[in-house]
Design a protein. Structure first.
Length: 221
């Protein structure tokens, strides 16, 4: 099974969490693209979608789905998104697609967060994937210096501006044993918009596609 097919298998498994007739939160990335396509192929009747990026919004609208602003949608029953890394506590690193801020907001507004990925994203310790940090433009250098104090090696992501109009710093060289503590520490640096650690609000379900099929992990009963 190719990695792309593994992603599609994970996306397909997430369809059972979609509630017909209700609003749905939709994330960003290659695995989520499969999920959006499968929603259309299976003719899901949802009230509309709240999207975490302009790219996902465009894809949803192309398939005929209504996309609404979170301010008018109210709380969401389900949010489906991918991850760049996930650990066994279902804490995540996200932001490789530069949509981390909107992703974190939608995750926070959702009752259930379903994360879909291929099995290579599951790790024992987060940090091999560079940790994205969205920052205000004027604070870029200051935030980078503070990130060095936390043990990271910050690198500006070249030629990337988020949908919010901000740059992203990718932090390399981290071994994240306490994701909640690091998330708190980075969020308290003035000028940080969002850090791509999803530890205070981790996934509720993690669906991993693999050559053996689909594996699911859960924090819920």
């Amino acid at each position: 099974m190719s990695q792309d097919l593994a992603k599609r298998k994970a996306a397909e498994a997430a369809l059972r969490y979609v509630v017909q007739g209700e609003m749905l939160g939709v994330g960003t990335g290659s695995t989520v693209n499969h999920f959006i396509d499968l929603l259309a192929e299976n003719h899901f009747d949802i009230a509309g979608a709240v999207s975490s990026s302009e790219a996902s919004t465009e894809r949803l609208k192309k398939h005929g789905f209504r996309v609404v602003d979170l301010n008018s949608s109210g709380p969401l029953s389900v949010y489906v998104d991918g991850a760049d890394e996930a650990n066994y506590r279902l804490e995540l690193i996200k932001g490789g697609g530069a949509a981390l801020t909107r992703e974190k907001i939608i995750a926070g507004a959702s009752k259930v967060f379903v994360c879909i990925a291929d099995e290579s994203k599951l790790v024992d310790v987060l940090g091999k994937f560079p940790l994205p940090v969205e920052v205000l433009p004027m604070a870029r250098s200051f935030v980078a210096r503070e990130l060095v104090k936390l043990g990271g090696e910050p690198v500006l992501r070249e030629n990337v501006i988020t949908d919010n109009g901000n740059p992203i710093i990718d932090v390399r060289g981290l071994t994240i044993s306490d994701a909640r503590a690091l998330e708190t520490a980075i969020n308290t640096i003035p000028g940080v918009v969002t850090v791509g650690l999803f530890a205070h609000r981790p996934a509720d379900r993690l669906i991993l596609g693999s050559p053996e099929g689909v594996r699911e992990m859960s924090r819920l009963g």
